[in-house]
Design a protein around this ligand. Structure first.
Ligand code: SF4
Length: 380
């Protein structure tokens, strides 16, 4: 919901200040999905709000469910820009106290900060879309709420929560810094979803001004840095942004961030066969990260490549194991990220809404709605 529009309407209707809090809490904390569900509001006001304030800033264009239990939503902004968000379901191994109960799965919402992206990383489907526009704070929060409602209605007791948020969908979050931070504060707020800041991660391709700005924020969100190669030559081929911020400059920004926050940085490393996955690459990466300040400052997430219509191929399991062993022996904590929602093109690097198709569908729906209105017989 666009809270600026809500504020204007509530002011015009001379509503008391508590109304806003009541509405925000119902929408963002209790995950109500329509004005008709806010039965504590006076009926007349509810009708006025229904007519003047869309309950969500986004309309759902497509909903897909993966065989692994994840959900992908393709949505449209009011002016027809497409974006995608994914609710990823992670099964957890291990057993409960008695050794019998299985731990419940975890749910992570992957949200977009932009419709499209300007940075053209060569392995990424979003990069091929080019940039549409930055998303507003309300549009970012509404992605979460759409997913949260599905999570809640899909859980047996209706209490299902989302455990984590990653700003890892479409776009470079630091190209839309203020709106992303405002959305994160809402997600963190006790009147909103109340998600702990440490459960929220921002993922950047290494936009240095954003890293340095985040270092000064008081909110304790996690920082993930997509590195994908340990030297400028290889990284430059994968990520054009490396020309602007080469690795040495990036490491300077990381050192500054670490000094300010004392928090670990998560290094994202896509495993691409024959591109960045050799023994030499692993040693070079270990050297680069350990040279910064010794082990402990970084955690390396090795990521499986998800097909995006490029010539890249993901590394074999054996290569990933070898790569990971070299990093771990050097003292770096390392994990391997399992792909989610790959069968519905909702995995890392795969988000790309076909812009024209989505806009055409929105135009057709609008036309159908206005036709239907025109066809309503007027009373004699
Ligand atoms: S990886 Fe991220 S920054 Fe790079 S093109 Fe894709 S969305 Fe943009």
């Amino acid at each position: 919901m666009d809270l600026d529009v809500l504020d204007t309407v509530l002011k015009q209707r001379k509503q008391p200040a508590f109304r806003r809090r009541q509405i925000v809490r119902a929408a963002q904390h209790e995950f109500k999905g329509a004005w008709s569900e806010l039965t504590t509001l006076p009926k007349e006001l509810r009708g006025q709000l229904e007519a003047e304030v869309p309950f969500s800033t986004l309309t759902i264009d497509l909903e897909e469910r993966s065989s692994d239990g994840s959900v992908k939503l393709r949505m449209l902004t009011h002016d027809g820009f497409p974006l995608e968000a994914v609710l990823m379901r992670f099964e957890r191994g291990g057993a409960g106290k008695e050794g019998r109960e299985k731990l419940p799965p975890r749910y992570t919402a992957c949200l977009s900060s932009q419709s499209g992206c300007a940075l053209s990383c060569t392995f990424c489907a979003t990069g091929k879309m080019k940039l549409g526009r930055n998303l507003t704070r309300h549009e970012i929060v509404d992605q979460f709420l759409e997913l949260a409602r599905r999570r809640q209605s899909g859980s047996p007791d209706g209490e299902g929560r989302i455990d984590n948020v990653v700003m890892m969908g479409m776009g470079e979050p630091f190209h839309n810094y203020d709106e992303v931070m405002a959305a994160i504060r809402t997600l963190n707020s006790s009147d909103g979803p109340g998600l702990a800041a440490r459960r929220i991660a921002i993922s950047t391709v290494g936009w240095v001004p954003g890293i340095e700005k985040l270092a000064k924020e008081e909110i304790q969100v996690k920082l993930a840095l997509s590195l994908h190669a340990p030297n400028d030559q290889d990284r430059g081929l994968l990520m054009p942004v490396n020309k602007k911020f080469p690795i040495a400059r990036l490491m300077q920004a990381c050192a500054y961030y670490r000094a300010q926050t004392k928090r670990r940085i998560f290094i994202e490393y896509l495993m691409l066969d024959g591109v960045n996955d050799s023994t030499e690459h692993a040693k070079e990466l270990a050297h680069l990260l350990n040279a910064q300040e010794g082990p402990g400052g970084f955690h390396v997430n090795l990521i499986a490549y998800n097909p995006t219509g490029t010539d890249y191929i993901g590394s074999s399991d054996e290569t990933v194991r070898r790569f990971s062993t070299i990093l771990e022996r050097s003292g770096l904590e390392t994990s391997y990220r399992v792909s989610r929602a790959r069968d519905i093109s909702g995995a890392c690097g795969q988000l790309a809404a076909p812009v024209e198709a989505a806009r055409r569908r929105q135009r057709e729906e609008k036309l159908a709605r206005s036709k239907a209105r025109d066809e309503v017989p007027t009373p004699a």
